[in-house]
Ligand binder design. Structure first.
Ligand SMILES: [Fe+2]
Ligand SMILES: [Fe+2]
Length: 319
């Protein structure tokens, strides 16, 4: 159990031990060839759940059932692909981060546990994409172009990098938990994948929060000021990369431009969703000295302001 009195080192040790005793292997822990897991079995289950904002649009609701299935499968495979591309950047960044850590550093062990788990996630996600039969587009071109350079941030500005990690992990985790909680009649393969992912992400998110909390007091005044402005921008840009389908993906699914514009993020309902995604991060931003008069304005301009969460699931429940 993680308690309030645990030191940073102890918490990282707890997280590391949890990684040893509870982890998943993409090819041992999913029975890919189980008949229930066949993508083509029970195709109706690929219709987008209510929890997916795209699934709630009038445009989607009015599609013929068969098109709903096609779009639903593409959409879910594409989100999975973008997720794994983020994880690839994260793994590369973790290696850059760990490279120069001093001997005996408590972060070394946990960050490499995390990289191991993310490798399994990329395998699990890619296997799902392959079996979906959808040749999905994945991330946008701009993001693909930036991908080789983003992991360098982990070496030079690890504080900013770990905020970026949260920008990727929090929205995906939030969406997956919402879908699992809604208890819709989802496809058992995707359900299994999401359960595995949510379980391990809880630790990763826990580590990022711990790391940022621990490092924040050591920041120089100038760095803190710059980072406070950068954090909301990182959050918003990366969140859009994950949640908004790229131009190619929109084309592949045949989603009209107006539908995309409304959904991301003109409608009041989707605005609310965008704000809600970052409640935990706003709490962390308060705690790590990232909220000031100027940065609050940036959060507001980027439409991700709002109340901070009062508590988040502690790493104990993650472990
Ligand atoms: Fe992951
Ligand atoms: Fe993760």
């Amino acid at each position: 159990m993680t308690t309030a009195t645990q030191t940073y080192e102890e918490t990282l040790h707890t997280l590391s031990e949890a990684s040893v005793h509870q982890h998943f292997d993409a090819f041992l822990d999913i029975e890919w060839d189980h008949p229930d897991f066949a993508i083509r079995a029970d195709v109706g289950r690929w219709v987008l759940p209510e929890a997916d904002a795209l699934g709630r649009t009038d445009w989607y609701q009015e599609l013929p059932h068969e098109r709903q299935i096609e779009v639903g499968l593409y959409r879910q495979a594409n989100v999975t692909k973008v997720g794994l591309q983020f994880e690839q950047i994260l793994i590369a960044g973790l290696m850059n981060y760990a490279f120069n850590l001093p001997n005996g550093s408590p972060e070394f062990r946990y960050s490499t546990h995390e990289a191991t788990e993310e490798c399994h996630h990329t395998q699990m996600f890619q296997e799902f994409v392959n079996r979906s039969g959808q040749d999905v587009a994945g991330c946008s071109r701009a993001f693909a172009a930036a991908a080789p350079f983003l992991p360098m941030a982990a070496k030079w500005v690890p504080f900013g990098f770990f905020y970026g990690v949260l920008a990727g992990e929090e929205p995906i985790d939030h969406v997956q938990k919402t879908i699992l909680r809604a208890g819709d009649d989802m496809h058992p393969l995707l359900q299994r994948i999401m359960q595995i992912h949510v379980a391990e992400e809880a630790r990763h998110i826990g580590f990022a929060h711990q790391y940022l909390d621990h490092q924040a007091p050591k920041l120089r005044r100038f760095d803190r000021a710059i980072l406070s402005i950068a954090v909301p921008i990182i959050m918003r840009v990366l969140c859009d990369q994950i949640l908004v389908p790229s131009r190619q993906a929109r084309k592949d699914m045949g989603i009209p431009r107006s539908v995309v514009k409304d959904l991301y993020w003109r409608q009041p309902e989707s605005r609310k969703m965008l704000r809600d995604l970052f409640g935990d991060v706003r709490m962390l931003a308060e705690d790590t000295g990232m909220m000031n008069r100027f940065s609050r304005l940036v959060w507001r301009l980027l439409k991700i302001d709002g109340p901070a969460s009062r508590f988040r699931s502690a790493p104990a429940s993650a472990a």
